[in-house]
Design a protein around this ligand. Structure first.
Ligand SMILES: [Zn+2]
Length: 157
């Protein structure tokens, strides 16, 4: 018989409350601190291949080198790929259906070599496309997590 997990509280069928706190580590803390306090994006650069990772992480996988050169990137970026969601599903963060349609895509912030995945506002008067330039729209108040960015919007859209 499986041992019962004392930290997992079943509220009702399909719902579970997990009272855990998760540490994002030193690199994640710096990233989210700058996002929350200064609305800035920071990554780290590999000393060997010069690749800039955003969000930051301690090691460059291919080079297996510690990265400690912090680099400000963005806030403007470019859409590398996207999809438009037209079917409402339950948002695991809120438990509510997220109004549709909305976009979701990979965004390459200026100066970064990796991508962020985030929501995209669908422009009313212009098209969304691969290569579209975007900027972040921040939530207020910010809390130091990726939801501090409400979505990215098309520049000039
Ligand atoms: Zn590297």
């Amino acid at each position: 018989m499986a041992k019962k997990n004392p930290n997992l509280i079943i509220l009702s069928s399909g719902e579970a409350f997990q009272p855990f706190r998760y540490s994002v580590g030193v690199y994640g803390s710096r990233f989210f601190y700058e996002l929350k306090e200064n609305k800035k994006f920071f990554g780290v650069r590999c000393p060997v291949c010069r690749k800039v990772y955003v969000p930051p992480r301690p090691l460059c996988g291919p080079c297996y080198r510690l990265m400690d050169e912090w680099v400000e990137v963005g806030p403007l970026g470019t859409i590398l790929s996207f999809t438009i969601l037209r079917f409402a599903f339950i948002d695991p963060e809120t438990g509510q259906k997220k109004p549709v349609p909305y976009g979701y895509g990979f965004i390459r912030l200026d100066g970064a070599d990796t991508n962020l995945q985030h929501f995209l506002e669908l422009p009313k008067n212009s098209a969304i496309a691969i290569g579209s330039r975007v900027r972040p729209v921040f939530q207020e108040p910010r809390q130091g997590n990726l939801k501090d960015i409400a979505y990215f919007e098309i520049v000039g859209g």
